[in-house]
Design a protein around this ligand. Structure first.
Ligand code: AMP
Ligand code: MG
Length: 396
């Protein structure tokens, strides 16, 4: 059985680089930059005022204040500024260009306006309330590096450096094939003995949030022939195939046999983790295959821990693996050495309260959890107050 880290490394190393495509800013959230985005001009592009007030040349002020100077001209956002007339101030507004000849802005709150002249007592220091051309980014600087997964703030910067589109990795295509006679569509009339397919929709949501597109295949029953046929169809034209269920060792667990019959090569099919030991990974030609266990918590967590990083790595994401933090155990935690365990927990500040139900079928405990506590395979029981590693589910 492979330790967790080895399994993750093997999966990430096998990630093929997807080709890139150009998309508009509106479509770019969550996508991964396939180019260094260069600032073609300084940001900001010109010196501008950070305040409503009066622009002036500070070296023209003589003697001790207060000073009173005539107001000549106006600079407002969206227009060119007139040059500063000698021995005067220019009315200026936030975002407006600094007039040639001016080197500072006195803010409106510090000025008494008396007809055509402006009176103020505080001497301005050169540069005050001026945002300089290029102070945010110099011309030619890398605004965003290749491999950045674009969030709303990145998109703001892309727009600020005057781009309407970006080069990103193509979305990986992910086929999702759930197996099991017992499964039905959520919301469909309940036939006794059947259960709603809860993994399919959850996995689809994770695929989307990791930048992929889904191809949700019709569910298949537990016969070898039907499973092979469903696999052949699902493998066509996808970058990643997810199978769900049927990879453990029961008589009706046919997915591993069916995968091998259709010609897939399995790299491994067991990982030393809990939940989720029977996790298969392999490929057929260009399509990677993750065979997830059927138990909802196992299926969803193994995909979160291995599948989402894989999809991100395929897109060239330079941070494909979720960050880990630390929390303190609220109560003692029993742990049998042997497998890396991922315990569902709720967080209260830095305290972690493990869910009382850690069964791998407990979808509610997963839905209510804030974090997974990562307890290494070699660890024994942990006492209350001990510090443990954790992954916040919101950061997956
Ligand atoms: P299996 O891995 O096929 O033996 O399934 C293990 C457990 O997970 C069984 O209780 C299944 O009914 C359940 N299960 C399998 N697939 C799904 C699914 N897509 N949604 C909800 N439960 C499932
Ligand atoms: Mg099954």
């Amino acid at each position: 059985m492979l330790p967790f880290d080895d399994a993750l490394r093997r999966i990430l190393e096998s990630a093929p680089a997807l080709p890139s495509e150009r998309v508009s800013l509106e479509q770019s959230v969550g996508r991964v930059l396939a180019e260094d985005l260069i600032a073609r001009a300084p940001l900001p592009g010109f010196d501008y005022s950070a305040m409503d007030g009066y622009a002036l040349a500070s070296n023209e002020l003589s003697g001790p204040g207060p000073w009173s100077l005539p107001v000549r001209g106006e600079s407002r956002a969206g227009a060119l500024a007139p040059p500063l007339a000698p021995n005067s101030v220019c009315r200026i507004f936030t975002g407006a260009p600094i007039p040639d000849g001016a080197d500072s802005v006195v803010m409106q709150e510090d000025v008494a306006r008396d007809g055509e002249s402006a009176r103020f007592t505080t001497p301005p220091t050169p540069g005050s309330h001026i945002r300089r051309r290029g102070e945010d980014l110099a011309e030619g600087a890398i605004a965003l590096a290749r491999g950045t997964r674009l969030n709303a703030f990145h998109i703001g910067l892309v727009a600020a450096v005057d781009r309407a589109d970006v080069l990103v990795a193509r979305r990986p295509k992910v086929a999702i094939l759930c197996t099991g006679e017992e499964l039905r569509q959520p919301g469909a009339p309940p036939v006794p003995g059947t259960i709603p397919d809860s993994n399919g929709p959850s996995l689809a949501a994770m695929v989307w949030s990791a930048g992929g597109v889904t191809d949700i295949r019709p569910r298949t029953g537990d016969t070898l022939a039907a499973t092979e046929e469903a696999l052949r169809a699902a493998l066509r034209d996808s970058d990643l195939l997810l199978t769900v269920g049927g990879v453990s060792v029961g008589e009706h667990d046919l997915v591993r046999a069916a995968l091998s019959n259709v010609g897939a090569q399995l790299d491994f099919w067991k990982v030393q983790i809990r939940p989720g030991k029977p996790l298969a990974f392999g490929r057929l030609d260009e399509t990677l295959i993750l065979g997830l266990p059927g138990n909802p918590v196992s299926a969803q967590l193994t995909f979160a821990l291995f599948g989402m990083p894989l999809l991100r790595a395929m897109q060239g994401d330079n941070k494909p693996v979720p960050p880990r933090g630390r929390a303190r155990l609220h109560s003692a935690l029993r742990h049998n050495p042997g497998r890396t365990d991922f315990y569902r927990a709720q967080l209260d500040g830095e305290l972690a309260l493990t869910a009382s139900n850690q069964a791998s079928g407990s979808t509610a405990s997963l839905a209510y959890a804030d974090a997974l506590l990562v307890v290494p395979a070699e660890s024994t029981d942990l006492a209350a107050g001990e510090s443990v590693e954790m992954i916040r589910l919101a950061e997956l």
